[in-house]
Design a protein around this ligand. Sequence first.
Ligand SMILES: *Cc1c(COP(=O)(O)O)cnc(C)c1O
Length: 398
Amino acid sequence: MPHLERREKGMDGYPQEFRRVYLDNNATTQLRPEVVEAMLPYLREHYGNPSSGHWFGRSVRTRIEEAREKAAALIGAKPEEVYFCGGGSESDNTALKGAAFAKPRGASWRVVTSDIEHPAVLSTAGYLAQNGYCQTVVGVDRYGVVDSAEMAAALDSTTAVVSVMHANNETGSIQPVRRIADAVRARGALMHCDAAQSAGKIPIDVNELGVDMLSMSAHKLYAPKGMGLLYIRKGVKIHPLITGGHHERGMRAGTENVAGIVGLGTACELARKGLAEDAKKITALRNRLQKGIMEKISSVRLNGHPEQRLPGTLNISIEGAEGETLLIQCDTQGIALSTGSACASGSAEPSHVLVAMGIPRNVIQGSLRISIGIFNTGQDVDYLLERLPKIADAARAS
Ligand SMILES: *Cc1c(COP(=O)(O)O)cnc(C)c1O
């Protein structure tokens, strides 16, 4: 769905079409039209409170449970193992704090993460470390893949919970979650996995991954912002983060975001059905873009794993250029992409992910993250390939 904006007058005085190309799908995604359509009745006529015993409540309760089934089907879970919440960050917080708070008081329990986790995990582990828990952060290799040997060595009988993401939001590198989960669970600790970036893009099966908890964010999956879910394996007991009523079986109090839940359920179903085809199409676009950039621009390096990577993620460094300059120049040409992560940009700090990978600071400076989604087309790739070489030349000269 290319975005075309009519401009009053072009350089030649005639009206011009100004192209807008969105290549920042790891930051957020456009809602699928089917998701919007599915949500609308729950913003209009079906406004009942799902906890109400009358028809208005009962009819929306049914739709929540249908959405739960669809979400569970995407990740190979049972519907009763899915808890809806207010986004990926809340889901990560619930998993880590909930697991930590469920431990008996007195001992110093440990929270272990990798050092490329999303801030929702890293800051939460940091918060716990300031509030009576211990924290260990495990490193990654040059491809941004968690070192499973270092992880195994970090585990002991005081480990309460380990959190390793399924795929990284900046590089797309896919993590050895199963191998880590086996070691974690052998120690009697809980394994959490942030799958905000991988859900709907690569196959996920919570049993194959061997995780106890898994987080998803709706807006990375063509569904609305402020919506997410936490999978909690049956039998695993953690504390709720939000207390109050008995919503989400006591795991997350608050009247349900019915439209958001229906939207997420619909997005999960569409993602599951289209996964193989979407991944194939997006991988082809990404590979063409990567090849084109490498051919047209000198001294470009790929950040992240060359193969074990999300279909749509391309993180590169244009050596000798300033990422912020590249970003601004792209923006003036209607191209939306990112340096590092959306959460980190705006701050002058270099990406913690690229730093953890041992990439020299001057190379990190020229990093760009291009993330392709289901709405992107070959024309989008062509447009970037046409513009980026000139933008890179200009940025290098500045
Ligand atoms: C986006 C994202 C989150 C946060 O999700 P929100 O719904 O924006 O709170 C957490 N982890 C990863 C890996 C993400 O990409």
